[in-house]
Design a binder for this molecule. Sequence first.
Ligand SMILES: C[S@@+](CC[C@H](N)C(=O)[O-])C[C@H]1O[C@@H](n2cnc3c(N)ncnc32)[C@H](O)[C@@H]1O
Length: 283
Amino acid sequence: MEQTIYNQVVQANIELHSKLSEHYNTCEPHFRPENIAKVEANLKKVIDDTQATKMLDLGCGTGFMINIGKKYVKEIWGVDVTKAMTDRIDKSGDCEIVILNEDTAQAALPVNYFDVATAYSFLHHLYDIKPTLHNAYNSLKEGGKFYADLDPNYYFWEGVNKLDRNSSYDFIVKREIEAVTYKDEDIEKTFGVSKDIFNNAEFGKNIKGGFKEEDLISMLKAEGFKEVSLFYHWYIGQGALINDTQYSVEDRFKYADVMHQMLQKALPLSKNLFKYIGFVATK
Ligand SMILES: C[S@@+](CC[C@H](N)C(=O)[O-])C[C@H]1O[C@@H](n2cnc3c(N)ncnc32)[C@H](O)[C@@H]1O
């Protein structure tokens, strides 16, 4: 039974991402320059801290992390089950890029080889993240770092899922209800992918409801990671503030940043206001 669901989740991912692949880089908001700049700063830090030359990107898709990483390292391996996604990876430049079209839980990776492993907007696509964490851990050198980001924060998703679509909330709340609870309707309409396929493909988000900080820490420690540093980002209303035309562009980003700093100070009380969770784990 477990194995059947496991296989269904992998197959749902292949079906969904084969359909999305053509539009993926233009539809997904994480490809916006301001987000790329933030992710680049995070990745550069782990690359600098480990003096990395070899990077592994799990669930690499069309190469979002590979494009950033290839400026800084000599060799990148990308692993992804959907060939239609990896066919779009730009392999130009001096960095050697190796692509494996395999399940990250089972991919045959070299042991003690990589300085840095990454997983961006990926772990919530798995039925169970443990075998993939195990593979990432084994493939890293001692002292190597695993940077994962843009996974759903359970506490935010839980709060939004309890809200009623028909109540009169502010636009920023209504928008989250649609994006979190009814995204499957939108995907069905736009890409012709059934709700079941979409929900299985995002099993860790749509079925399990996102990741809890405490579960991530205990799973990573159980694999052997010595240090785990977690962070929350992208609070509710941040997008609306950044796009609010009553302020100059410069002010919008400044206010958004001030708000971010305040909510960070208010952690853990503010943790259910952040949509995403990420971590850096050190072997
Ligand atoms: C949301 S996309 C993220 C792609 C890329 N990391 C990015 O940020 O643009 C998720 C990717 O995970 C891949 N995927 C899903 N399950 C997988 C698995 N078990 N093993 C390898 N790749 C998988 C999908 O094919 C898809 O390309």
